[in-house]
Write a protein that binds this ligand. Structure first.
Ligand SMILES: NC(=O)c1ccc[n+]([C@@H]2O[C@H](COP(=O)([O-])OP(=O)(O)OC[C@H]3O[C@@H](n4cnc5c(N)ncnc54)[C@H](O)[C@@H]3O)[C@@H](O)[C@H]2O)c1
Length: 263
């Protein structure tokens, strides 16, 4: 069904007779949330809590927060754990963190802190860092990188789906907690990402300090908690980026979705 998550009646109908609620609806990323601040709070926070209010006892709630809230913490303190205080700067980060903190006070909830997701999908997002870098490298033959030494962490979209499946199967063991989702082998600097993309595409790299990340993300993350319950990503750095390269280079230049079929 199609509908707006801000609409109470739509939500009521959407969750009738479901066992698990996996709430992926959001305005995603700092830029759009700065432009549409009111809508960001309505969708990323109020609608998340409305869904909680409307669910029946026993209906389980899975909610994806992001690692944006860690900001520059680990530059000072080492690997970010789930206990590391979150200090989001952007409206995106603030609305996601507030929703997560309140949801974790409720029963039957699991939240994630996904790292930056990448990879192909039917309506592929080209504003995610690896997808964006690869697309620009293929299309323009060059990349301009700011804050190249900043540490980020990445996760292939297949592993996001695997993680949700894993959570459904292990919900009772996982509930009541938040989980960093990713792998230490995917904690990389922006320069490491750009170098890998240059290796695949042959693009020219230019490093400059023209801009700053709105969330000041510069962190290395620990994934021990989710590893302790048994979840490990399946798609590694080389495999994920090779797939992205092969996928994006076959897409139509002007419209990335032009040769994608919808089901
Ligand atoms: N992509 C990442 O790197 C990443 C990392 C951490 C967390 N997340 C979280 O994962 C979730 C999904 O993100 P994504 O990357 O798939 O982004 P996306 O933009 O592809 O998906 C968000 C979806 O929400 C829908 N939506 C927006 N407003 C709505 C509304 N009012 N009513 C109904 N639907 C609405 C959009 O149409 C879109 O399909 C979000 O909660 C996001 O915060 C994503």
């Amino acid at each position: 069904m199609e509908g707006d998550v801000r609409d109470r009646e739509t939500l009521k109908r959407a969750i009738e007779d479901v066992d698990f609620i996996i709430n992926l609806a959001a305005l995603v990323g700092a830029p759009i949330c700065e432009q549409k601040e009111k809508e960001a709070w309505e969708i990323n926070y109020e609608a998340v809590m409305l869904l909680d209010e409307l669910r029946q006892p026993g209906q389980k709630y899975i909610y994806p927060n992001s690692t944006s809230g860690y900001g520059t913490r680990s530059a000072v303190e080492g690997l970010c754990l789930e206990e590391t205080p979150q200090e989001p700067i952007s409206v995106y980060g603030q609305s996601k963190v507030k929703a997560e903190q309140e949801l974790l006070q409720k029963p039957d909830v699991v939240t994630y802190r996904f790292t930056t997701v990448f990879g192909l999908s039917p309506r592929v997002r080209l504003d995610l860092m690896p997808n964006d870098f690869m697309w620009r490298a293929l299309r323009q033959g060059s990349l301009i990188i700011f804050e190249g030494s900043f540490q980020r962490s990445f996760l292939h979209i297949t592993d996001v789906a695997r993680c949700v499946e894993f959570t459904i199967e292990h919900f009772d063991e996982m509930k009541g907690r938040c989980y960093n989702v990713g792998h230490e082998s995917m904690n990389k600097t922006k320069k490491e990402l750009a170098d890998k993309i240059a290796e695949l595409t042959g693009c020219y790299l230019h490093f400059t300090e023209l801009r700053e990340d709105p969330d000041k993300r510069n962190y290395s993350i620990s994934f021990k908690r989710i590893q302790d319950v048994g979840f490990f990503p399946a798609i590694g750095w080389d495999e994920g980026l090779n797939e992205l390269y092969n996928g994006l280079k076959t897409m139509h230049w002007s419209n990335p979705c032009a040769n994608v079929e919808y089901y």
